[in-house]
Design a protein around this ligand. Structure first.
Ligand code: GLU
Length: 479
């Protein structure tokens, strides 16, 4: 059987959008499920809009998500180069073939001529199709295209239909008379998308083209180019759009849309990957938390939906919280390690302590941003006390006396959560207090907060010395 080869072919003109990341992921899952190859190809023929930074950002985003390819611009491979801008001679070679076979022709019409023609068609309410006066003229050598003014157009069939058997959408029919004679080489000799993509997919031996629905309408044009070059077609699978909850196009106003933004907002790559997989694909049986290897083994284009996927930030956030809580602690550590170091919460001396801290708080947060926002007091003494908490627990009911009692308990040995709790509860009993009467002011004194994980676990982690210092400084503050 032929080896499965799929590609993700972003245009490096912006950030890695979640739609693009989802397309890349489906390609990865399909490739791995079929023991095939994933190719990354940069479609950078739009010289004005393509940037090196964008390409770099896309590569970093994919790497961060764990979407890794087998051939690509950064790692090479046997079908390179993997940047379209480095493949110009191939496009020109096949353009020449189309020209020689009468499937393409030079068009010398100016953009102004075209605009007039289009306007006329609009006024007459007929479908616009360029009717080129140069179409049947024998043309000069292709070099003229490269140096000169004309563009090279593909000679689309004027009637009949193309039927595409899409692996997601089933059979889709297009009328040829609605397809224009598209430009395949611009006057500067650079190819257009529809032409370059066909040459590349063929020359890179791509077996399955899995891409966004927006390219479905380009597919009949591409099919004609394949046929004119005498090439066999790959399979096509067009994956539905991702829409906002109100079914409008997903945009900035719906919050984060690029992978980098999700990363900055504290989403874990594992959670985002898992969430993206479920946008349009259903693995069945209400399964939602899936590792990459589970996704690979279950992935099937037959279970990818034709209808638009609705993006649900709440579900993603829920899933993220779930991953933060359930991920192996070392995996979580490695995702946040660099940030923890740059925030100076982690050094070579306190790794064990840091891991204990995140183990204690992780089930209470939904994002990494929240995680970092909730651990400051494990590393530095609180500089202020929560205002409402101070009102409630410090300024009433002899807080000083209570903190002094707690101070006297700190000698309890060993300084373990369980023992500290026993000491607290029996002391409270003895004094005729509720345990909470001692717990609340202590929590505030140690963390500056009213809402934290269990006090006794926090105390065990901070250790008796730090607890003592903080209790005493709260007492001083109250005095
Ligand atoms: N470069 C195209 C895009 O970013 C992808 C085209 C394709 O997958 O055929 O939309």
């Amino acid at each position: 059987m032929q080896e499965v080869r799929v590609r993700f072919a972003p245009s490096p003109t912006g950030t890695l959008h979640i739609g693009g990341a989802r397309t890349a992921l489906f390609n990865l899952l399909f490739a791995r499920h079929n023991q095939g190859k994933l190719i990354l190809r940069l479609e950078d023929t739009d010289m004005e809009r393509s940037t090196h930074e964008s390409a770099q950002g896309i590569i970093e985003g994919l790497n961060w998500l764990g979407i890794l390819w087998d051939e690509g611009p950064d790692i090479g491979g046997s079908y390179g180069p993997y940047r379209q801008s480095e493949r110009l001679s191939m496009y020109q070679q096949y353009a020449r073939q189309l020209l020689d076979n009468g499937h393409a022709y030079y068009c010398y019409c100016s953009p102004k001529d075209i605009a007039l023609e289009r306007e006329k068609a609009q006024n007459n309410k007929i479908n616009y199709r360029h009717n080129c006066p140069y179409k049947h003229k024998k043309s000069a050598a292709i070099d003229a295209v490269i140096d000169g003014n004309p563009v090279l157009r593909f000679n689309m069939p004027a009637d009949g239909v193309v039927v595409i058997n899409d692996l997601v959408r089933g059979s889709v029919e297009f009328r040829n008379d609605l397809l224009d004679d598209i430009i395949i080489l611009k006057s500067d000799g650079w190819p257009t998308y529809n032409f370059a993509v066909v040459v590349d997919d063929h020359c890179m031996n791509i077996t399955h083209v899995i891409r966004a629905e927006e390219h479905l309408s380009n597919t009949p044009r591409q099919v004609h180019i394949y046929e004119a070059l005498g090439w066999s077609l790959p399979y096509f699978a067009h994956v539905s759009m991702i829409l906002a909850p109100d079914r409008s196009k997903l945009s900035k106003r719906h919050g984060a849309t690029s992978v980098q933004e999700f990363r900055d907002q504290g989403y874990l790559p594992q959670a985002l990957l898992n969430y993206l997989a479920l946008l349009g694909w259903s693995p069945g049986d209400d399964m939602d938390i899936l590792s990459l290897s589970q996704m690979i083994s279950l992935f099937d284009l037959n279970n990818v939906s034709k209808s638009a996927a609705i993006y649900d930030m709440e579900k993603l956030t829920w899933m993220n919280g779930n991953y933060i809580t359930e991920l192996g602690i070392e995996d979580l550590f490695s995702v946040i390690e660099a940030e923890a170091r740059s925030k100076q919460l982690l050094s070579n001396d306190n790794r064990d302590y840091f891991v204990k801290v995140i183990s204690l708080v992780r089930s209470r947060v939904k994002t990494i941003v929240e995680l970092f926002a909730s651990i400051d007091y494990f590393f530095i003494s609180p500089s202020t006390y929560d205002e409402k908490g101070a009102e409630k627990y410090f300024r009433k009911n002899d807080a000083i006396g209570k903190l002094q009692i707690v101070d006297s308990l700190l000698a309890s040995n060993p300084f373990k959560a369980e023992q500290i709790e026993i000491a607290f509860r029996s002391k409270a009993d003895e004094m005729g207090y509720k345990a909470a009467d001692l717990i609340h002011p202590t929590r505030l004194a140690l963390s500056g907060r009213t809402n934290t994980p269990g006090l006794f676990e926090i105390m065990e982690l901070l250790g008796p010395q730090v607890c003592k210092e903080r209790i005493e400084s709260a007492i001083n503050f109250l005095k």
